[in-house]
Ligand binder design. Structure first.
Ligand code: GPU
Length: 833
């Protein structure tokens, strides 16, 4: 509370518009309500109040933003450009308040006006500009870059419709449009002056330049424009603000003009609409869209606008482009932006008249590439014919990159034409295709995977030939997540308890300091409070779930959660088999040793992924039977959280006690949900896959429930021939669980509904669910045993948090900065504006 005296003094010192005191915040809240929303307190809707709070918060970060831009300009700071087709940002308000350090001030200001800050925060609709882990990683990285004071620009697409909203109807997933911009977006600033033409189609031609050199140029058939929309990304405990620059597609003016002049009004408007479809919608698949022309156009649109913008910035600040790779380092977030390699080459060759050698030297020094998957179906390739039609100049450049590259391969591996074919940027076959991953590896000086095992497999399997040619190019940077959003914002009670126990809140910007919890692990006082914090979060979730789904959760039971995209390799159906087993045991009276549990699922299925949608239906079908059977619903309940997104994830992580990370070993590149759960005190049951392995090492094997085949065993089984039906025939419980699913019990007598799923498991089982079933059940019994000893469980939970510091995205960013980007911090000073 400010006394009247200090308030007066503060008001004098403070900028009248952006003061950080409670009174200034309060005044501006009302001011913005009036001048921006045109409302007064009595008639304002919760959404009006949210908007007023958002603008009030935005005003307060603008000074930092401008200061950052000035600093980076003046110091010629080396800048990281993160190129990503996805940013799964989550709501901004709460996290910006935390990073500005004014959460309590804003809360108090709102409260005095009779507003509930939590209700305002709840009003915000999140920008769902991503599918899952890859998009959320980009968002965590942007926040950590600012926290680590590394100048960065995130480039992406301003999709008008983000990832669909998921509703559950009759147990099935139903997709609803995500019209997130409907009510306006207070966090972005449009930059109509920052816009670039992007060409498509047409042909290439040669001409003689002023020095009579023969050069090539591209004459596109049509052009559209990309316009910049900027969103500031705040760091925590630093004044640094980084830029997220998203491109919106619009009709190019020249095209408009042409049509209007010829009197073709309809044609002109139509062309505009056509152009705008380019950034209309995010592809809702976390695998490439086979042959979708619009998707390739989106990728090129992103890449072309971003590379042109970097060149503009370079010419404006540094000057001649020779030093481009010293000013910028560009990270390719998977292969979606890999075309940037060809686009930078084109710009340097055709627009800036460099020689091939000069242009390639710069390009190769500029790019780095992160691979996020080993799944063959997720590796992007595009038909050469599509390139020919859409990007003829880029295809020529890719051919020339390939020609020079394959010469190098031939020199190193004389006579090994099989290797040349394997490594080529072009896959030969009945339809020739461009391999985007090969383009990314050849065009970058650093390639990394996202967890130790994954990076090892990238080198040993996926890019084996490349690793033999260029071993020094390959790295590992294990993923991380931001503790600001996933602990401080999502779980304020836990944050408070940690701060009180550690005696300070430095852990928020230096997560390794969570170690200070460890000496207190046996302290009964801490354990009691730790349990209360978890209990309160479970109650919050139960309340939300009741209102959202009608399902009543019992906060006394263990909350066992699997939340992630629905995918066969992630094995949500293995979890279902466990639930069916529990159901049968309870029905048969075998409740000895069983612990009451609530099974909670969350996750979206790609709209065209039939099997994933059937898994959702199965979960809800089992839930319906289990939850309505009084014989079992004291023991177990099942809930499917609709529309799992960042916002809903923030409700889930604090309440989870058991985190399900049960993918088939070797399939999950890293996983990042595993880190979010553990950071909130959930214990993990998991396979030796992705970052699970490193989490287990960090928290101690005795504090992690491990089961299942190793990646190596998986490969062996697959080589010697895996026969899932043998498991089905030889394990009576497994057989009975699968048979029960087919009995119609969960499907109102329909014995065919789940056949595609069960038949696939019994006859093919590509992700070895049946092979890991028994080990999984046994491990779950171990979970029950330990849960029955709350002290022991709590101890393990505290140790998970105390030792999870490594998985902060700040650590990941520091590793990229040192090992991949060679870039250091550029602090922005806190001076009067
Ligand atoms: N991932 Br490729 C996605 O979310 N989308 C993709 O298109 C591809 C990968 C995920 C991985 O599945 C996950 O294991 C990883 O933690 C995450 O990227 C971030 O690296």
């Amino acid at each position: 509370m400010n006394s009247p005296d200090t308030t007066v003094q503060q008001a004098k010192r403070e900028h009248t518009r952006t003061g950080m005191s409670k009174d200034a915040f309060q005044r501006d809240l009302l001011d913005n309500l009036f001048y921006i929303q045109g409302r007064f307190r009595e008639v304002a809707t919760p959404h009006d109040l949210y908007m007023a709070a958002a603008y009030t918060t935005r005003d307060r970060l603008l000074a930092r933003w401008v200061k950052s831009a000035q600093t980076f300009k003046a110091t010629h700071a080396r800048t990281v450009c993160y190129l990503s087709a996805e940013y799964l940002l989550g709501p901004h308000l709460a996290s910006n308040l935390v990073n500005l350090g004014i959460t309590e001030t804003a809360r108090a200001a709102a409260e005095e006006l009779g507003m509930d800050m939590d209700a305002l925060i709840e009003e915000e609709e999140e920008p769902g500009l991503g599918n899952g882990g890859l998009g959320r990683l980009a968002a965590c990285f942007m926040e950590s870059l600012a926290t680590c004071q590394i100048p960065a620009i995130g480039y992406g697409i301003r999709y008008e419709f983000g990832i669909f909203k998921q509703a559950i109807e009759d147990g099935w997933q139903v997709e609803k449009g995500d019209n997130w911009l409907r009510n306006g977006n207070p966090w972005e600033i449009p930059r109509p002056k920052i816009s670039f033409a992007v060409g498509f189609g047409g042909h290439t031609e040669s001409y003689r330049d002023e020095r009579s050199q023969v050069r090539l140029r591209w004459q596109p058939a049509f052009e559209i424009r990309g316009v910049a929309y900027d969103t500031p990304i705040l760091g925590y405990g630093s004044q640094n603000v980084n830029l997220l620059r998203l491109w919106k597609a619009e009709a190019s003016e020249s095209l408009d003009l042409q049509a209007f002049n010829t009197g073709d009004y309809y044609g002109a408007v139509h062309a505009k609409i056509e152009a705008e479809t380019l950034s209309k919608v995010l592809y809702p698949n976390d695998e490439p869209e086979a042959g979708k022309e619009l998707r390739l156009k989106q990728q090129y649109f992103l890449v072309s606008c971003s590379m042109q913008d970097m060149i503009r910035l370079h010419l404006n600040t540094v000057g001649p482009l020779e030093g481009f790779a010293d000013k910028f380092t560009v990270q390719l977030n998977d292969t979606h932006p890999a075309l940037a390699v060809a686009e930078l080459m084109r710009l340097l060759l055709d627009r800036h008249a460099m020689t091939w050698e000069e242009a390639w030297g710069i390009t190769h020094k500029t790019f780095c590439y992160t691979n996020h998957t080993l799944l063959p179906e997720a590796l992007e390739t595009w038909p050469v014919s599509l390139f020919e039609r859409l990007l003829p100049r880029h295809l020529e450049i890719i051919y020339e990159i390939n020609r020079r590259f394959l010469d190098e391969v031939r020199m190193r591996f004389l006579g090994d034409e099989a290797r040349v074919r394997r490594m080529s940027l072009i896959a030969e076959g009945h339809e020739r295709r461009v391999r985007m991953a090969h383009l990314a590896v050849v065009g970058s000086h650093a390639v990394n995977g996202v967890a130790k095992l994954h990076s090892y497999l990238v080198k040993a399997m996926l890019f084996k030939d490349f690793a033999e040619l260029w071993p020094e190019r390959f790295h590992n940077v294990t993923n991380g997540v931001t503790p600001r959003r996933f602990v401080v914002v999502a779980n304020p009670r836990l944050a408070k308890l940690i701060t009180e126990t550690c005696g300070q809140d430095d852990w928020i910007r230096d997560l390794e300091q969570l170690r200070a919890l460890e000496p207190h692990v046996d302290d009964a006082g801490l354990q009691g409070r730790w349990q209360e914090v978890k209990r309160a979060a479970k109650q919050d979730l139960a309340q939300w779930m009741k209102q959202a789904t009608g399902i009543e959760l019992d906060p006394e039971s263990m909350f066992d959660v699997q939340a992630k995209r629905i995918h066969e390799y992630k094995r949500q159906h293995l979890k279902v088999l466990h639930i069916v087993r529990c159901y049968q045991r309870i029905k048969q009276g075998q409740v000895q040793g069983l612990v009451p549990r609530t099974f909670i699922f969350g996750g979206k299925a790609a709209p065209g992924y039939f099997m994933a949608k059937l898994i959702i239906k199965l979960i809800n079908a089992v839930a319906e039977v289990v939850n309505n059977d009084p014989q079992v619903n004291d023991w177990i309940r099942v809930a499917f959280m609709p529309d799992f997104n960042v916002k809903n994830g923030q409700r889930l992580y604090p309440a989870a006690e058991l985190s399900e990370q049960i993918s088939l070993a070797g399939k999950e590149a890293s996983g990042t949900g595993n880190m979010k759960f553990s950071m909130n005190g959930a214990l993990t049951i998991g396979t030796l896959d992705g970052a699970n392995i490193e989490i287990r090492e960090a928290v101690g094997p005795e504090n992690f429930f491990l089961f299942g085949l190793t990646a190596e065993e998986v490969l062996q089984r697959q080589m010697t021939g895996y026969r899932p039906w043998e498991y089905y025939q030889n394990d009576p419980e497994l057989k009975s669980d699968l048979d029960l699913i087919n009995s119609g019990l969960f499907s109102h007598g329909d014995t065919q509904l789940f056949r595609p799923l069960t038949d696939n498991l019994i006859n093919h089982d590509p992700f070895m669910v049946l092979a890991d079933y028994r080990a999984y059940l046994e491990c779950q019994e171990q979970v029950d045993r330990i849960y029955r000893d709350p002290e022991r469980w709590t101890r393990m939970s505290i140790l998970n948090v105390a030792r999870i510091g490594y998985f902060s995205s700040d650590r990941a960013i520091r590793e990229y900065a040192e090992r991949i980007w060679q870039v250091g911090p550029q602090p922005v000073l806190d001076t009067e504006h």
